[in-house]
Ligand binder design. Structure first.
Ligand code: HEM
Length: 159
């Protein structure tokens, strides 16, 4: 059996990047909510954690996108000749990146609560977390959609 080395490397990076995109943000918002009850110092730690996990996820998402597009060319000869589920997955990742911009505003409110930790700012921070939740759910739906596209591509479309 011959091994296609470049494709194997691409796939390893692709799947690792997908894990990095999906995994780190899970549970970040409940963590922030708990930290608000625990005090200023805990909120500071939760904000740092949020930022770090966001960074990891961003790197992962970009990695999935780049390796995915490279494989659309390497395996199928370009966009036009690639099966539709890969186009759909590409669109879903781009949507997730756009959707993630919504966390910026909430993050500002969290930072403000950390700077001056009082009832007003903490309530604002709690509301900000509530507002961020739907966007987090949307991101989860989007990566799940991309995953389903990969399964369709492998087992249905090209079977
Ligand atoms: C949740 C995110 C994703 C996961 C978990 C994932 C996972 C995978 C896996 C496991 C494979 C190997 C399938 C096989 O053995 O044939 C694969 C292949 C591939 N993926 Fe993804 N993928 C994701 C997102 C994407 C995106 C967004 C794109 C497009 C930009 C993409 C494009 C491709 C391409 C072109 C292949 C190569 C197929 C081949 O050469 O046979 N993937 N992906």
């Amino acid at each position: 059996m011959e091994v296609d080395v470049p494709k194997t490397i691409l796939l390893i990076v692709h799947i690792t990047a997908a894990a990095l995109w999906i995994g780190p943000p899970l549970g970040v918002l409940p963590n922030v909510t708990r930290s608000l009850a625990a005090g200023r110092e805990a909120l500071g730690v939760a904000i740092k954690d949020f930022n770090f996990r966001g960074l990891l996820s961003g790197i992962g998402g970009a990695g999935v996108l780049v390796t995915g597009v490279i494989m659309m060319f390497y395996s199928f000869g370009g966009f036009k000749t690639s099966p539709w589920p890969f186009h759909a997955a590409l669109g879903l990742v781009v949507l997730a990146m756009i959707n993630s911009a919504a966390f910026g505003k909430g993050m500002k409110t969290l930072r403000a609560a950390h700077e001056s930790f009082n009832d007003t700012t903490v309530t604002a921070a709690r509301n900000a977390v509530k507002k961020m939740k739907p966007f987090s759910h949307i991101n989860n739906a989007l990566w799940l959609g991309a995953l389903v596209m990969m399964i369709i591509a492998k087992y249905i479309n090209r079977a």
